[in-house]
Design a protein around this ligand. Structure first.
Ligand code: ADP
Ligand code: MG
Length: 667
């Protein structure tokens, strides 16, 4: 590939003119607080929270919204009398890392006064915690047990520009709660949002005093932006090449690359690993650190540790590092310009992951990561005209998501009339109709649109409705033990890995030891059972090409799901090796994700006639011709539509245990 040439440069800046030795600001968490721009606005902020039901805060990244505001509120007494100040984040890594930072600033142990809650992980104290960072999804779920969120005095919905489905639904519910609990305060915050849109959302003719806007100046170090002269043909390779050149030619500072997903990240790491032995003696070494949603919390938090002496950190991330997180020492950001998002096709009732160009707002956030603790440079691997053509923001998730599980939850929250719900942006009608059809075909709602008994229980389970459905069906198929394991194993990612230093072929041979010819669900089950049988050992995992972290997480998720089974009186019995019964039970949950083999070796989906390729990670990849019909767990669309976690089935089961089974059962 050609050598990196700084391309056309944003007005008034040039990547070439970046001073090499800037003072990196490193101050102790305590003394740094008072120097943040938000500090000057402390009184105004506290006054507004007293006076208004909803305060909309816009302030550049780094001004102190996420870490300081909850502390101001705490100091002002909003955490007294057992009340809690909540701050929601759209992503796990933001919730966990920010909580750790705030605990450090307050000089307390994480999990006491300051805590966090993410799915399947709660680091907070029922009595002591006063500031709680949590994912928006977790707070939304909490509504099911505490419809008025009565433990909270203030709820700050942060990074609202991301418009995750849960953020949107939460705002709708908060608006409703305010009518019943006027003492509750809402804060909506972001660096890049249309503040007036939210002001209008909260205010009405009858309550003009309900909301106000506060703007804060930022404390960003200057970030210079460089564009490419010509589009790059392969952004993964280009980012690896550029990172390599920065390491050999530019001054100190860590590097953060934004790619779209795990496959990109692995490929980028491969490209760079091959070259690392070529670094001349005495050159700065590179520590390669992946960051994506499939990693465990511990693995994710590794990126926040300072680089070893003589090393430069090179973090290769998805968009999860885009907002909220501060990784100290980052001076160079490389932005591929792409993001992977989930898109729903209501006609086919199928969600898929697709790679699309990012938005201007996301590009701004990404660049901002280079200016958190010192000045920096952002290299955009696209041209200035490509940037100009980007959409201002990515459409809200609610407009492109499968809402089946969420509508079930809304119904469980008593929102029977979806038309009356205060949507921030209403979802597409066809998506809502499709969701209602599926819920009704699965007998989770009645013909009149009310929640059925099972529907109410399934809404409580912290997993997708179809997986929860399988847990309930396991009672009839007498395979609760195994279905529970499968539900847990499909909730974790990256179970099979190639251990450091091991040849890939060897890892593949190890994996084959668990292979069940029926497909991946049973293969996952075999791996889990072997993990338990051999004492949950990390060295055993290493020898068998399994991720110890992923397996341990599956154990913890399984035990949490088991509590739901017990609560709902579902027997945890074993099918005693009867794989047929087990697969029939899988069909009761996955019947909408079914497909038939075609002569050319691809599959065609039963709904929507989509051509599907088997993902190479599937055990059916090489033996698919023996499976005429399959069900699958996940679908991903890049240049091809690939399905993963497959199980071979008998097509009659689709009628007997899928749709028909659902309709015939009186639940
Ligand atoms: P905002 O939410 O407004 O973007 P934050 O509250 O996240 O800002 O951060 C405010 C400032 O605190 C940042 O500019 C940075 O200097 C500092 N900071 C936050 N988190 C960390 C961290 N983990 N390590 C070092 N500095 C941090
Ligand atoms: Mg923030």
């Amino acid at each position: 590939m050609s050598f990196w040439k700084p391309g056309t440069v944003a007005p008034g800046s040039s990547a070439d003119r970046v001073p090499e030795s800037e003072n990196v600001v490193i101050s102790s968490p305590f003394e740094q607080r008072t120097t943040l721009p938000i500090h000057k606005h402390r009184d105004k902020l506290l006054y507004s929270v007293e006076k208004y039901g909803a305060v909309i805060i816009v302030g550049q990244t780094g001004c102190g919204k996420t870490t300081q505001l909850p502390q101001f509120l705490y100091e002002a007494g909003w955490g007294s009398e057992g009340r809690i100040i909540a701050c929601t984040q759209p992503r796990r890594v933001a919730a966990t890392s920010v909580a750790a930072r705030v605990a450090a600033e307050m000089g307390t142990t994480l999990g006491r006064e300051v805590g966090y809650t993410i799915r399947f992980e709660d680091v907070s104290d029922k009595e002591k915690t006063r500031i709680l960072y949590l994912t928006d999804g977790m707070l939304f779920r909490e509504l099911l047990v505490d419809p008025l969120l009565s433990r909270y005095s203030v709820i700050m919905v942060d990074e609202v520009h991301e418009r995750s489905v849960h953020t949107d639904l939460l705002l709708g519910m908060l608006k409703k709660i305010r009518r019943k609990r006027p003492e509750l305060r809402i804060i909506v915050s972001s660096a890049t949002m249309d503040a007036n849109y939210f002001l209008n959302y909260f205010t009405s003719d009858t309550s003009p005093e309900e909301a106000t806007i506060i703007s804060l100046e930022g404390r960003m170090f200057p970030v210079q932006v460089a564009y490419m002269n010509n589009p790059v043909p392969d952004y993964v390779r280009a980012s690896a090449e550029l990172a390599w050149n920065i390491n050999s030619q530019r001054g100190s500072g860590d590097i953060l690359i934004f790619l779209t997903g795990r496959e990109d990240i692995d490929r980028c790491i491969d490209e760079l690993s091959e070259r690392i032995p070529l670094l001349p003696p005495g050159a700065t070494r590179l520590s390669l650190l992946p960051l994506h949603a499939g990693l465990s919390t511990d693995e994710q938090l590794k990126v926040f540790m300072p680089a070893e002496k003589g090393h430069r950190k090179l973090i290769i991330s998805t968009n999860i590092a885009e907002a909220s997180v501060t990784i100290e020492g980052i001076r160079y950001v490389i932005d591929s310009g792409f993001v992977k998002i989930r898109v729903y096709n209501p006609t086919a009732a199928m969600s898929s992951l697709v790679v699309v160009p990012t938005s201007k707002a996301a590009a701004t956030q990404r660049a901002g990561r280079a200016g958190r603790t010192s000045n920096g440079v952002c290299y955009r691997l696209y041209t200035k005209s490509e940037f100009d053509a980007l959409p201002t923001t990515t459409p809200p998730e609610i407009s492109r998501s499968d809402l089946t599980s969420l509508i079930l939850q809304l119904k469980a929250l008593g929102v029977d009339d979806l038309m009356k719900f205060p949507w921030v942006t209403p979802p597409p009608t066809e998506t809502v109709i499709r969701a209602l059809e599926i819920l009704s075909a699965s007998t989770l709602i009645t013909d009149n649109g009310y929640l059925s008994h099972t529907g109410a229980q399934i809404a409580e389970c912290p997993i997708e409705h179809n997986i929860a459905k399988m847990l309930f069906a396991s009672k009839d198929f007498q395979c609760g033990e195994e279905i529970l394991t499968i539900a847990a194993m499909t909730s974790v990612q990256n179970v099979f890995i190639i251990p450091d230093g091991a040849p890939g072929a060897l890892a593949e041979l190890e994996r084959r030891k668990f292979t069940a010819e029926e497909g991946d669900h049973l293969t996952l089950l075999n791996a889990y059972n072997a993990f338990i049988r051999y004492g949950k050992s990390s060295s055993w995992c290493k020898n068998h090409a399994l991720s110890f972290k992923a397996m341990s997480r599956a154990v913890s998720i399984r035990s949490q799901l088991k509590k739901y089974m017990i609560r709902f009186n579902l027997p945890v019995t074993s099918c005693e090796g009867d794989a047929k019964r087990l697969r029939q039970c899988l069909v009761s949950g996955y019947w909408q994700n079914s497909a038939r083999l075609q002569p050319d070796g691809t599959y065609i989906s039963t709904h929507g006639n989509k051509i599907l390729h088997v993902h190479p990670s599937s055990v059916l990849f090489t033996r698919q011709t023996s499976s005429k019909w399959i069900i699958f767990h996940e679908i991903e669309e890049t240049y091809q539509t690939k399905i993963s976690i497959l199980t071979s089935i008998d097509p009659d089961w689709l009628l007997n245990y899928g749709y028909q089974y659902s309709v015939n059962r009186n639940t």
